[in-house]
Ligand binder design. Structure first.
Ligand code: AMP
Ligand code: MG
Length: 343
């Protein structure tokens, strides 16, 4: 299969690139689209056969459900059986934007999307190109991140092509993604709202909007063997470059000293901008130590750059775990397979 690279000239339904993407999706095809979080690999969410092709293209485990993307708030009601008051509050406050809500699923959602669960994940993205494509297709779109399963999520069209060229129908180029990490996932299907995955909408923002929110232990810790994951995606090896990643937790000074003392052939430093000049190994900075939003935006690109350098070991600086930093930490600790050294 030849993967088309589609450009968007104006963000309107009539744009050639947007129309071409919509036609492919209506015909059951797979199209990678830019969103404000990361690139998503989209297919018609109401067509089980089209959705199965997503799993095949990514090599995604069958039991990991997909997020359904909509471009109008009203569409939510047709996809779920119940919209509790907390969902109304969160949609008022954060939609369109990087927030996914888990709710009891309606009968129209194929089992392929929900991976057999009785709930469905729904998001209304803010990215104008994503919204125009959803709108032009007239369909809700199931879309996981557009990477090979296990690899860092794509934040540029070239990352998608690196992983999926020849395996999907098209990629729509929308430039670099703004948030850079996947959406915040919150479950509203049980009693208390529960944070399953941190993202651009922070834990603190959720609590300010709806009151108490539980944090799933898998957000910051490895799941115990045989434990059932509230969010199946959290149990898999994730975001991994080919190099072994080790997180070093401590001050900037301690980090620089440790890296310089332990350097070997093939070592790189996944560091903050402020550390780079003092390091005696190649530095891959992913943002300022005081700017978690910037760290989120640059993290996945930095993880992919480590591969391009042929590194075998990356010492990563540990991000602060408040605000968007919690999302950066959540991704990095999975890239590091939970290997952390306290300095
Ligand atoms: P991705 O599409 O790569 O951003 O992954 C979607 C994430 O949402 C994964 O971690 C899934 O496990 C999670 N997810 C999707 N649907 C559900 C659901 N119904 N219940 C719990 N987690 C879900
Ligand atoms: Mg993913």
């Amino acid at each position: 299969m030849q993967t088309k690279l589609l450009a968007v000239k104006t963000v309107r339904k009539e744009d050639e690139g947007i129309m071409a993407a919509a036609e492919l999706l209506k015909a059951g095809g797979l199209v990678a689209i830019p969103t404000e979080t990361v690139y998503g690999l989209a297919a018609n969410a109401l067509d089980g056969r089209a959705v199965r092709r997503i799993f095949a293209a990514k090599g995604r485990p069958q039991d990991n459900p997909l997020i359904v993307h909509i471009a109008k708030r009203e569409t939510l009601e047709s996809l779920v059986t119940k919209v509790p008051p907390s969902a109304v509050t969160l949609a008022d406050r954060f939609w369109p934007g990087p927030l996914t809500m888990i709710l009891p699923k309606a009968a129209c959602i194929p089992d392929e999307v929900s991976a057999g669960l009785d709930t469905v994940a729904v998001r209304f993205p803010s990215h104008l190109v994503a919204r125009a494509i959803i709108d032009a297709s007239g369909l809700p779109l199931a879309a996981p991140s557009a990477n090979t399963s296990g690899r860092p999520s794509p934040t540029r069209a070239e990352h998608v092509l690196h992983d999926l060229d020849g395996r999907i129908d098209a990629v729509v180029d929308g430039g670099a993604c703004g948030v850079g990490v996947e959406s915040t996932v919150v479950s509203l299907a049980g009693g208390c709202p529960r944070l399953l995955r941190p993202g651009g909408i922070t834990y603190e923002q959720l609590q300010a909007a709806v009151g108490p929110v539980e944090m799933d232990p898998a957000v910051t810790h490895a799941l115990a063997k045989n434990a059932v994951a509230a969010s199946p995606g959290m149990k898999y090896q994730h975001y991994s470059p080919k190099a072994r990643v080790v997180i070093l937790k401590g001050s900037g000074e301690d980090y620089i000293r440790y890296v310089n003392d332990h350097k070997q052939e093939g070592t790189v430093a996944l560091c903050f901008d402020e550390d780079a000049a003092s390091l005696q190994v190649p530095a891959v900075p992913f943002g300022s130590q005081t700017d978690a939003e910037e760290q989120a935006q640059r993290l996945f690109d930095a993880l992919r750059r480590i591969d391009g350098m042929g590194a075998s070991l990356a010492f990563a600086r540990c991000p602060d775990q408040t605000g968007v930093g919690l999302a950066v930490f959540n991704r990095l600790i999975r890239a590091a397979a939970f290997e952390v050294v306290e300095l």
